[in-house]
Write a protein that binds this ligand. Structure first.
Ligand code: SF4
Ligand code: SF4
Length: 113
């Protein structure tokens, strides 16, 4: 099973109970649930389904501390931190794309340095 399939399989176990959200250190700092474990599970699954990480999804995935506190509270023991790391690997290896607008911004920023 490849990493994308594994992410989808783990995401299917989510019960949307929200027990994980009480212990996530980044959720209170973000503007919405995408900055917590439940949101990250959904975003990871959507990213591999679409083959793309949009701006909000990138922010969600790269603000996770991969602390694993959420998994301890999760009745399905979903390994959110490992899913986040898998998404980062897929993105770094080019198997997940960023939308063109993000790439242009990154290149423009690099050119200013
Ligand atoms: S691993 Fe990520 S999603 Fe889970 S509690 Fe830590 S910061 Fe939140
Ligand atoms: S605790 Fe587990 S099953 Fe419940 S919403 Fe969070 S990730 Fe999903």
């Amino acid at each position: 099973m490849d990493e994308a399939q594994w992410i989808l399989r783990e995401a299917e176990k989510c019960l949307y109970c929200g027990f994980c959200e009480a212990v996530c250190p980044t959720l209170p700092l973000g503007p919405h649930r995408g900055y917590g474990p439940r949101g990250r599970v959904s975003i990871a699954a959507e990213a591999v389904t679409r083959g793309e990480l949009g701006p909000e999804a990138l922010a969600s995935i790269y603000t996770c501390l991969t602390c694993g506190a959420c998994t301890v509270k999760c009745p399905s023991a979903i390994p959110v931190a490992d899913m986040v790391k898998a998404v980062r690997r897929l993105y770094a290896s080019g198997r997940l794309r960023a939308p063109r607008a993000i790439k242009v911004k990154v290149v423009a920023r690099a050119a200013r340095r």
